[in-house]
Design a binder for this molecule. Structure first.
Ligand SMILES: Nc1ncnc2c1ncn2[C@@H]1O[C@H](COP(=O)(O)OP(=O)(O)O)[C@@H](O)[C@H]1O
Ligand SMILES: CC(=O)OP(=O)(O)O
Ligand SMILES: [Mg+2]
Length: 402
C-alpha cells in the first residue's frame, strides 16, 4: 500500500509518500508561500536529486495538484500513475475532545473538524483545505485524520482544567488539550523499545523542541500532563510564541497599546518568544551563533529558553514523583547539543549526569547521552510524525477493508 502524508499549514504544505510494505519513503517535499505570486515547490524522489520550482500556486487545491504532478513526473517523479496512491493521511492539529484516536475522514468527521475551527483558527482551516483538495484531485482515495491532541486525551481533569469558572469549560470547551501528541507518543515508545523496558514501568518526560515546543509527562504510557494548552501558545518560550505569561498582561497590553484581539493574538504567536527577546531571529542556530559572537540579547533569549524548559522538567518530575527517562526530540532537541548540555548541567539535583562525548554524537538513530551512573536515562530520539500518520492511515484503511 502507498500512503501519502500531508501536513498542511496556512501557507505551506509538507508531504511524504510511503511504501508501507517496508515503510520506506518514496518521495517527499514541501510547497511554501501558497497564495503568493512566487510560491516554491521543493520535491525529492528517493534516489533522484532534489528539484525546486517557483510558480504561482494560489491555493491548497493547486498545491496538491502540483505535488501529484511531481510524484508522477517523467524525470523527477517516482510513480507511473497517481492511481498507485492507495490512501492519504493528514496531520490535523486540533481534535478537541471528539477524537482520542486517528479516524477515517467521513462526513461526520469533517463537520466535527469544522466545529473546531474556533479553537484552532490558525491550524484546522488549512488542514480542512488539504482534505478537500485531496478529495478533488483523488476522489476515490480514502483519507485519514491524525490529531496532535489525541494522545493527550488521557490527561486527568486535574491537569486539563483551568481554574476559571466551570461554565467556560461546559459551554465553550475551554481547557488544556496539548499538541505534538503524535511526536510525544512516537518518541516515548521508541525510548521504551531502546531501553528494552515496558513503557508502563517508566516515568518519562518528552521534550519536543522545534519551532513550536512542548513537554509531556508520561506515566503508564499515557500523557498525564503537557505544557501546551487550549492552543499551541501556552507553555515553553518558542521561536515566535511567548509561552506562559500572566494572563493579565493581555488586557493590559490591549488597553495601553490600543490593540485588537487579532493584533494581540498575532503579537503573542508571531512576534514574541526568541525572536522578540533576541531581536535577531526565531531560529536556534542563528541565536546560538550570535550568542557565541557576544550578542547580549541573544544570550538572554537563550538563557530564558533554557530556563523555562528546565522549570517544566522540574515541575513534571514533581508531578510524577520521579523521573526515569528524559527524552529530547525535534529540530532543536535533536540537534542543539549545547542546549541539552546547559539543561542537564543544571539538573544534577535529580541525579542527571550527561556524557559529554555521547552528547556530541550526531546520528539519525535513538541514542543514550547520559552516563552509566546517571539516575535518569537521558536519550535523544529523532521524531517521525509522518511515519506515525502513515501507519495509522494504513491500519485504518486495512481494518475497513477487512
Ligand atoms: N543543527 C541545528 N542546531 C541547532 N538548532 C537546529 C539545528 N537544526 C535545526 N535546528 C532548529 O530547529 C528548529 C526547527 O525545528 P523543527 O522541529 O524542524 O520545527 P517545525 O517542525 O516546528 O517547523 C529551528 O529553531 C532550528 O534552528
Ligand atoms: C501544534 C504546533 O505547535 O505545531 P508546530 O510546532 O508544528 O508549530
Ligand atoms: Mg514540527
Amino acid at each position: 500500500m502507498k500512503v501519502l502524508v500531508i501536513n498542511a499549514g496556512s501557507s505551506s504544505l509538507k508531504y511524504q509518500l510511503f511504501n508501507m510494505k517496508d515503510e520506506s519513503i518514496l518521495a517527499k517535499g514541501r510547497v511554501e508561500r501558497i497564495g503568493f505570486e512566487s510560491s516554491i515547490l521543493v520535491h525529492e524522489s528517493t534516489g533522484k536529486p532534489e528539484v525546486s520550482e517557483v510558480s504561482e500556486i494560489l491555493d491548497h487545491n493547486a498545491a496538491i495538484k502540483k505535488v501529484l504532478d511531481m510524484i508522477v513526473h517523467a524525470e523527477h517523479g517516482i510513480l507511473g500513475s497517481i492511481d498507485e496512491i492507495d490512501a492519504v493521511g493528514h496531520r490535523v492539529v486540533h481534535g478537541g475532545e471528539s477524537f482520542s484516536n486517528s479516524v477515517l475522514v467521513k462526513p461526520e468527521v469533517r463537520s466535527e473538524i469544522r466545529k473546531l475551527f474556533d479553537l484552532a483558527p490558525l491550524h484546522n482551516p488549512p488542514a480542512m483545505m488539504g482534505i478537500v483538495a485531496v478529495e478533488t484531485n483523488l476522489p476515490n482515495v480514502p483519507q485519514a485524520a491524525v490529531f496532535d491532541t489525541a494522545f493527550h486525551q488521557t490527561m486527568p481533569a486535574s491537569s486539563y482544567l483551568y481554574p476559571i469558572p466551570k461554565v467556560l469549560y461546559t459551554k465553550h470547551k475551554i481547557r488544556r488539550y496539548g499538541f505534538h501528541g503524535t511526536s510525544h507518543y512516537y518518541v516515548s515508545r521508541k525510548a521504551a523499545e531502546f531501553l528494552g523496558k515496558p513503557i508502563e514501568s517508566l516515568k518519562i518526560i518528552t521534550c519536543h523542541i522545534g519551532n513550536g515546543g512542548s513537554l509531556t509527562a508520561i506515566q503508564d504510557g499515557k500523557s498525564m500532563d503537557t505544557s501546551m494548552g487550549m492552543t499551541p501558545l501556552e507553555g515553553l518560550m518558542m521561536g515566535t510564541r511567548s509561552g506562559d505569561l500572566d494572563p493579565a498582561v493581555v488586557p493590559f497590553t490591549m488597553a495601553k497599546e490600543d490593540l485588537t484581539i487579532s493584533e494581540v493574538t498575532s503579537m503573542l504567536n508571531k512576534h514574541s518568544g526568541m525572536l522578540a527577546i533576541s531581536g535577531i531571529s526565531s531560529d536556534m542556530r542563528e541565536i546560538h551563533n550570535a550568542m557565541e559572537e557576544g550578542d547580549a540579547n541573544a544570550k538572554l533569549a537563550y538563557e530564558m529558553y533554557e530556563y523555562r524548559i528546565r522549570k517544566y522538567i522540574g515541575s513534571y518530575t514533581a508531578a510524577m514523583n520521579g523521573l526515569d527517562v528524559l527524552i529530547f526530540t525535534a529540530g532543536v532537541g535533536e540537534n542543539a547539543s549545547h542546549l541539552r548540555q546547559a539543561i542537564c548541567d543544571n539538573l544534577t539535583y535529580f541525579g542527571i549526569e550527561l556524557d559529554a562525548e555521547a552528547n556530541a554524537v550526531r546520528s539519525p538513530d535513538a541514542r543514550r547521552i547520559s552516563t552509566a551512573q546517571s539516575k535518569v536515562e537521558v536519550l535523544v530520539v529523532p521524531t517521525n510524525e509522518e511515519l506515525v500518520i502513515a501507519q495509522d492511515t494504513y491500519d485504518l484503511v486495512k481494518s475497513e477493508q477487512a
